[in-house]
Design a protein around this ligand. Structure first.
Ligand SMILES: Cc1cn([C@H]2C[C@H](O)[C@@H](COP(=O)(O)OP(=O)(O)O[C@H]3O[C@H](C)C(=O)[C@H](O)[C@H]3O)O2)c(=O)[nH]c1=O
Length: 183
């Protein structure tokens, strides 16, 4: 049975699948829709799987989100390497607006972060050649795809890489800060 941790911020969850080890190695159920809807979020069904490979350690992807009505919930795990995974609450009426959760996900710990719709999501890789896999609850919609500045001081995220050392896309260098975000 997968164990589930919650946070002070309502919504996100950290899932720890039950691992079955033996002399060959191990097996675990990486995802079950019935478990997810019963114990994490009854309203969410996933429709798309994404996977990214980041070669340099210190690669930052994010912070990304899709605007309503195409906002995406995500379930994130690491297939190889490790990341600091971050979800920022950008739900306008939330009492924890602007606050975030940050957890280490790795191929070794097999943990999964549930990022509800209404959160901006991003990560920083902690090792070279890190592969991230995540499910989304709506399809990619470029017209609704938006970003939030990963290094906005107002977010108070303790990234494990400096701005000068981080590897980012040109797009991720130009996102607005939270105070300038049009939601
Ligand atoms: C997200 C996405 C992208 N693309 C295309 C668009 C670009 O031509 C190319 C790379 O996209 P992008 O630079 O946005 O990839 P990431 O920076 O890894 O973005 C992701 O990283 C952060 C961590 C997220 O949480 C988002 O789900 C997602 O935005 O793939 C697609 O074709 N489908 C998709 O679902």
């Amino acid at each position: 049975m997968t164990t589930i941790e919650r946070f002070a911020i309502a919504g996100p969850a950290l899932l720890h699948p039950k691992v079955h080890g033996d002399a060959r190695g191990h097996f675990f159920e990486a995802f079950r829709q019935d478990m997810f809807q019963r114990h994490v979020d009854p309203a969410v069904a996933f429709v798309q799987d994404n996977q990214s490979l980041s070669r340099p350690a210190g690669t930052v992807r994010g912070l990304h989100f899709q605007l309503e009505p195409r906002a995406q919930a995500k379930l994130v795990r690491v297939l190889r390497g490790s990341i600091l995974d971050v979800a920022v609450d950008i739900r306008p009426s939330s009492p924890t607006f602007g606050q975030h959760v940050a957890v280490t996900l790795s191929a070794e710990n097999r943990a999964q972060l549930y990022v509800p719709a209404g959160f901006a999501h991003g990560f920083c890789t902690l090792e070279p050649d890190t592969e991230v896999f995540y499910k989304t609850s709506d399809y990619y919609s470029p017209e609704h795809d938006r970003g939030l500045a990963w290094n906005d001081p107002a977010l108070g995220i303790d990234w494990p890489v400096t701005e000068t050392a981080a590897t980012l896309s040109d797009r991720d260098r130009k996102h607005p800060r939270l105070s300038d975000l049009a939601l």
